[in-house]
Design a protein. Structure first.
Length: 589
């Protein structure tokens, strides 16, 4: 019984055909009643059925022609109302032509009936179409948003089906084909497919307010599509991902999506082989990088994941996402607590992500930055060597290249220590990369907050550029670099082309649809900042078998002297002077 009642396209067409025939009969009869003051003379009733059998098929034919019977009831729109008017105009004009040609056969027939019936038919047939939408919206259902689907694939069909079942708030009005050009001018579930050059025309025709991207597009394609949509006035741009789509939810296109790059040579098999069935210790596991490394190790089936962080909240957050981990609430400066972890666990891999990374804060707290970043890292390195950990991976930064700030200099000293310490059976590798999108210290969350608060968006300098990479991409490449490490390498990740921060701000403002409201304000460089970050120290960097990973030329620094210089740094009152002694290229700003 339930199956019989289940709505289908065929049942919908049959329902409206029967309804339109019935309404046409009623409106025509009512037109006669109105014309004759509710007392129809018998002689005029003789032609009533003839008029009905001519005009009703004409209305149905022209409504079929304008695809009125293909419209989903709850999504009846202004475009569909216009099509009903067009169908009526053509039907009644055709009837007038037939009447003129076959006047003797149709008489007696009062011609004013045509005008009365035209308006009554429009009112009744149009009201039936719009009735369901009025009822649904009056009962507090989600607003129906005319939407443009970008891409032709299985998700496209599922979106339309979900809309028909009232499971989503979007009404697919048109589809834009990107990769499959053969579908242009075809229909998918009665929704027409257009080519990409038709976006402006389609948005205007259907009064579209939202776009839903179903295709997996590369960064350039996505940027082009978003720019086209913004140009024609669409501000609400959604995307679908498999996990979200299963629950019928959509995500806004973000600036991270527009800057994201998929690694061309990601070797999942090598990473899984490296991580699977291993015990992995991760420091700074609750931070932006550390938490993603934790998720990746879980994904690649590590047998045990031990997470160290000095922030209770950060550890709580990652433990909720990956419940199987062991959490250790300690500071990497606490050697005694660290040693207990190394003693009581047979660790295979250590990934050291803990560090103070915010440049201005490190400038204001030089002693803390030195202790945490240098001494804390030395503790991890020395402990890994002492307990013969097979592999130690140290997360570094592009700010370590010719540093202009304390944070970058401390990370450069850690690189020097990692390259020159007698490592014995432990393979120590450092991996250097630039800014990650969406991290706690990233400029993007700051810009989002400023835009949502109405601006202005503050940028330090119009020429400032930075390298950007998605957190998952960076972490996968870190693990991939570790798979080929033999010990002593300083790996550099290919960060692509640098991005101007002011262009980033403009793009974000545009995504929010606030380009005419929010201003950009330049506030000047902060202490320790430089306009351009660098990744490669010199031209002698070597390539690896992966095009996304390079090896920087090692820097020799006599180990005993380095230890002596670091001890001097800890005791000195002029920290900047000793930092410059250890890292001669350090140019403090």
């Amino acid at each position: 019984m339930l199956k019989i009642l289940k709505p289908t396209s065929f049942k919908r067409v049959i329902f409206f055909l029967i309804a339109d025939i019935t309404l046409s009969l009623l409106t025509l009869y009512f037109s006669y009643l109105l014309r004759f003051n509710f007392h129809i003379e018998t002689k005029f009733l003789h032609t009533f059925w003839l008029v009905f059998t001519i005009i009703t098929p004409l209305k149905i034919f022209f409504m079929l022609f304008f695809r009125v019977y293909k419209v989903v009831w709850r999504f009846f729109s202004l475009i569909d109302a216009k099509n009903i008017i067009k169908a009526h105009l053509l039907a009644y004009l055709t009837f007038i032509l037939i009447y003129i040609i076959f006047k003797d056969m149709i008489n007696p027939f009062p011609r004013s009936i045509i005008i009365i019936d035209f308006f009554l038919s429009l009112i009744f047939i149009g009201s039936l179409r719009i009735s369901k939408r009025v009822v649904l919206e009056s009962h507090g259902t989600k607003a129906i948003k005319p939407s443009l689907i970008i891409g032709v694939n299985s998700k496209t069909t599922t979106i339309i089906q979900s809309a028909l079942k009232s499971q989503i708030e979007y009404f697919p009005s048109a589809i834009i084909a990107i990769n499959d050009k053969t579908t242009t001018d075809m229909y998918i579930n009665n929704v027409k497919v257009y080519d990409i050059n038709s976006i402006k025309k389609v948005v205007s025709k259907y009064n579209i307010s939202t776009a839903i991207i179903t295709e997996q597009l590369d960064r350039k394609q996505l940027q082009d599509i978003v720019n086209k949509l913004n140009t024609v006035g669409i501000k609400e741009i959604k995307k679908i991902e498999l996990l979200d789509f299963e629950t019928k939810s959509f995500k806004d296109i973000s600036i991270e999506d527009l800057l994201a790059r998929e690694p061309k040579d990601l070797d999942n098999k090598a990473i899984q082989k490296f991580i699977k069935n291993k015990t992995v210790l991760i420091t700074g596991a609750g931070g932006s990088i550390g938490s993603e490394i934790t998720r990746q190790c879980h994904k690649y089936k590590a047998s045990k994941i031990i997470c160290i962080d000095h922030s209770e909240y950060n550890l709580y957050q990652i433990s909720q996402q990956v419940p199987s981990i062991e959490t250790k609430l300690i500071n990497i400066l606490d050697k005694e607590a660290l040693e207990k972890i190394f003693i009581h666990n047979q660790i295979d891999i250590v990934i050291h992500a803990a560090a103070y990374k915010h440049v201005p804060i490190c400038e204001d707290n030089i002693d803390s930055a030195i202790k945490n970043n240098i001494i804390g890292s030395i503790n991890i390195i020395d402990m890994s060597i002492k307990y013969k950990i097979p592999k130690l991976v140290i997360i570094s930064t592009d700010k370590a290249v010719r540093p202009t700030n304390v944070m970058g200099t401390t990370k450069r000293i850690v690189e020097l220590y990692a390259q020159n310490v007698p490592s014995h059976n432990t393979e120590i590798v450092a991996v250097r990369f630039g800014n990650v999108l969406g991290s706690s210290g990233s400029v993007i969350p700051k810009f989002k907050e400023q835009i949502e608060n109405g601006g202005p968006v503050t940028v330090t300098h119009p020429d400032m550029t930075r390298y950007f990479m998605l957190i998952p991409e960076a972490c996968q490449l870190v693990l991939q670099a570790a798979t080929i490490a033999k010990g002593g390498e300083l790996f550099v990740l290919d960060m692509g082309e640098p991005v101007k921060i002011v262009d980033l701000a403009k793009q974000m403002i545009k995504l929010y649809g606030e380009e005419n409201k929010i201003q950009i304000e330049f506030i000047g460089l902060r202490p320790g900042e430089k306009l351009y970050e660098e990744l490669l120290i010199n031209e002698s960097d070597k390539e690896t078998k992966y095009s996304s990973i390079f090896i920087a030329k090692p820097t020799k620094y006599e180990y005993k002297k380095l230890v002596k210089d670091i001890n001097e740094l800890l005791k000195s009152n002029d920290k900047i002077k000793i930092l410059k002694k250890i890292v001669p290229e350090f140019s403090h700003k």
